[in-house]
Design a protein around this ligand. Structure first.
Ligand code: KIV
Ligand code: ZN
Length: 511
């Protein structure tokens, strides 16, 4: 007899709190569709009170997703709960997730509230949330550093007030697996009405223990885990969905529970999130890293050839690695293109957008003989970024590099109806291009990260470049792809500048 473990994905909310990972409404919709295909139980689509943009994104996801519960985050106050309730009004199945901090340091220093006031506010919030939805989750923020006696009191009160899921967060990634598992057991044993709710956990990865802590909680009765694709999330991130799901699936004998996840959708989800957020996946990352199933040493290769179970505890195809297949080529027509987009869960809003994306596809197919799903995802991301309203546009560029000479670059950038030219030299072609672009934009931003990844295999693969810029405390990521990595770099730099320019401000739920 195996119990069901619910998977609550918070890529679109906690994942979005990673520096520079904020997503547009359309990007959230694309990821939400993939999460639905992956069969996650709950999609936390955002924090509706953060900004009008986030409200609209949660509302749009709630209107589209049918097979997963759509959740909106709300602090424990009337305005946040009302906004979450309104954003979820069209959801087939909607959940309000409300929270308030319960650790002594958070209550004293951040909230400046007495413990009794915190209980009162939590109960009031849960009651209000229940007036909008029957499905209400409550989290005592920083539970990992809260006093167990106080947690027992507040959780008993919110369960009485109507909470249906209790989520225990290790907000700062402080606890150790045995300790965190013990906390879940203690709460379940000591709270008299504990059997009326589903117990959930939400672990951060500051000490690299998010997955271990979540799994320790599962062995102590948690039946929902909050996690993100690729472990994206605030600071060092959240527990990685792919690791939780595959640990429980591979070791069903140990956990005595399982999820309803379609594991073959894991790698496509990982690639999509990486392409949209510009956060590359490290090659040795479990399950979704490029080397996760690569056997380098001769002894391992020999063993795997004789019997794959000698060194493989999972099969690459079971987590979606076989997905990387040739899908379209130069001779593919518009209908085949549209059909493949549909299969990937991408719905473009207008015929105009399909035509523009198709023109980009034809252009790419001229330069690259085989087009893979990852290429299509990147192409659509670029098309969507263009529609958000680009302040700067790459019109053309030329670079020259020769052994022993300083590389030079000439770029032409569109800014509104103007076209502006600049020349620069640099220590390499990319450096020269960035200097030329910066001499036009004059952003003064700090370059914090520059990374290049091949989207697929082969020397004609598109290079996917991420550029992270920081200006006045704001951090943005820009992504660009091209078969020429210097062009991809220019696109990524311009995409980051456009994000800085858009000045989209949003409230942070926990600050
Ligand atoms: O880390 C945390 O405590 C959170 C809560 C809002 C659940 O993200
Ligand atoms: Zn969190």
């Amino acid at each position: 007899m195996t119990d069901r473990l619910m998977i609550f994905d918070t890529t679109l909310r906690d994942g979005e709190q990673s520096p520079g990972a904020s997503m547009t409404r359309d990007e959230k919709i694309r990821i939400a569709r993939q999460l639905e295909k992956l069969r996650v139980d709950v999609i936390e689509a955002g924090f509706p009170a953060a900004s009008n943009g986030d409200f609209e994104a949660v509302k749009a996801v709630a209107g589209i997703i049918k097979d997963s519960i759509v959740c909106g985050l709300a602090r424990a106050n009337d305005n946040d709960i009302r906004r979450a309730g309104e954003a979820l009004a069209d959801a087939n199945a909607g959940r309000i997730h409300t929270f308030i901090a319960t650790s002594p340091i958070h209550m004293q220093m951040k909230l400046r509230m007495a413990p009794e006031q915190v209980i009162e506010q939590a109960v009031k919030a849960v009651k209000l949330a229940r007036s909008y939805r029957d499905d209400v989750e409550f989290s005592p923020e920083d539970a990992g550093r809260s006093e167990p006696d106080f947690l027992c009191r507040i959780l008993e009160a919110v369960i009485d007030a109507g909470a249906t899921t209790i989520n225990v967060p290790d907000t700062v990634g402080y606890t150790m697996p045995e300790q965190f598992g013990g906390l879940i057991r203690t709460l379940r044993e000591r709270i008299p009405n504990a059997d009326k709710v589903v117990w959930s956990v939400h672990c951060h990865n500051d000490l690299g223990l998010a997955v271990a802590n979540s799994l320790a909680a599962v062995t102590n009765g948690a039946r929902q885990v909050e996690c993100t694709i690729n472990g994206l999330g605030e600071r060092a991130g959240n527990a990685a969905l792919e690791e939780i799901v595959m640990a429980v699936r591979t070791r069903r004998d140990f956990f005595a529970c399982d999820t309803r996840i379609d594991t073959t959708q894991i790698v496509p989800a990982s690639k999509l999130v990486s392409a949209i957020t510009g956060f590359p996946v490290q090659p040795n990352k479990a399950i979704v890293g490029a080397n996760a199933f690569a056997h380098e040493s001769g002894i391992h290769q020999d063993g795997v050839l004789k019997s794959r179970e000698t060194y493989e505890i999972m099969r690459a195809e079971d987590v979606g690695w076989s997905h990387n297949k040739l899908v379209l080529g130069k001779l593919s027509g518009r209908n085949a293109f549209r059909q493949r987009l549909k299969e990937l869960g991408i719905e473009m809003e207008s015929e105009e957008s399909v035509n523009a994306a198709f023109a980009r596809f034809k252009d790419l197919a001229d330069r690259k003989s085989e087009i893979f799903d990852e290429d299509l995802q990147m192409l659509v991301s670029e098309e969507a970024a263009g529609q958000v309203g680009e302040h700067y546009k790459l019109v053309s560029m030329k670079t020259q590099s020769e052994t022993g000479e300083k590389p030079t670059a000439t770029v032409v950038i569109g800014e509104g109806s103007d076209e502006r030219h600049a020349d620069a030299t640099g220590s390499g072609s990319v450096d020269a291009v960035f200097r030329a672009i910066e001499s036009i934009a004059g952003s003064g931003a700090d370059l914090q990260l520059f990374s290049v990844n091949a989207i697929t295999g082969g020397t004609d693969a598109q290079g996917e470049v991420t550029v992270r810029l920081k200006k006045e405390g704001r951090i943005v990521n820009g992504a660009g792809a091209d078969t020429d990595i210097v062009v991809a770099s220019a696109k990524a730099y311009i995409s980051a500048l456009n994000k800085l320019h858009s000045k989209l401000e949003r409230a942070h739920p926990q600050v």
